[in-house]
Unconditional design. Structure first.
Length: 202
């Protein structure tokens, strides 16, 4: 088990970090892109994991010089995802960390998902009642890589950012953690990457 005793709080991303849902999200995005005639690049889209859906649609408009309604694209993507009806599965390694430190450190979740979706996923996996706070795209003005999501989690837990460590599965999420002044541990393909640990200067 990772020694996180130097910290006072842990902040987890959700999709791809605690819950194995990135594959379904990628399929939903592919369907949405096809519906709107937007080129779909799996690796590029995966790299946007953690970015709120509407913001992702805005990024795609800019990238491909399109003018689709971000709200409409986000809504269709959400509809495609819901239509899959997939049951969420937990990512064992990170959930084990959560369970190990529950009651020892404060634990929060900071996700780019909207609140209704996040609450349902966490409720279905039994994780919602295990954390002190949940901050979603619905709760902030600026999504990742802006640090607002993680800073809000820290504030809700009553902990200074430098005493928090973040678990993330994307570089955008890791950038948000760094900009929040937090250490970050990367989760890649469902495994905690010890070499992906980003330690801030002491």
């Amino acid at each position: 088990m990772l020694d996180l005793s130097k910290y006072q709080g842990i902040v987890f991303d959700m999709d791809g970090t605690l819950i194995d849902s990135m594959g379904a999200h990628m399929r939903a995005w592919q369907q949405a892109c096809e519906a709107f005639g937007i080129p779909f690049d799996h690796d590029y889209m995966h790299g946007l994991g953690g970015v709120p859906t509407k913001k992702t649609a805005e990024i795609l408009n800019d990238k491909y010089q399109l003018n689709h309604s971000p709200e409409e694209v986000a809504s269709r993507k959400r509809d495609f995802w819901i239509a899959m009806g997939e049951s969420p599965a937990i990512i064992e390694e990170t959930v084990n960390v959560l369970k190990h430190y529950r009651g020892k450190l404060k634990i929060g979740i900071g996700t780019g998902a909207e609140r209704p979706h996040a609450e349902k996923m966490l409720q279905d996996t039994g994780l919602l009642d295990m954390v002190e706070t949940l901050v979603t795209a619905t709760d902030v003005t600026h999504g990742k890589p802006h640090p607002e999501t993680f800073l809000t989690v820290a504030r809700n837990m009553g902990i200074e950012p430098q005493y928090c460590v973040v678990f993330e599965d994307t570089q955008i999420g890791a950038e948000a953690a760094s900009r929040a002044g937090m250490d970050c541990i990367l989760v890649q393909d469902g495994r905690i990457n010890a070499q992906g640990f980003s330690r801030l200067p002491v």
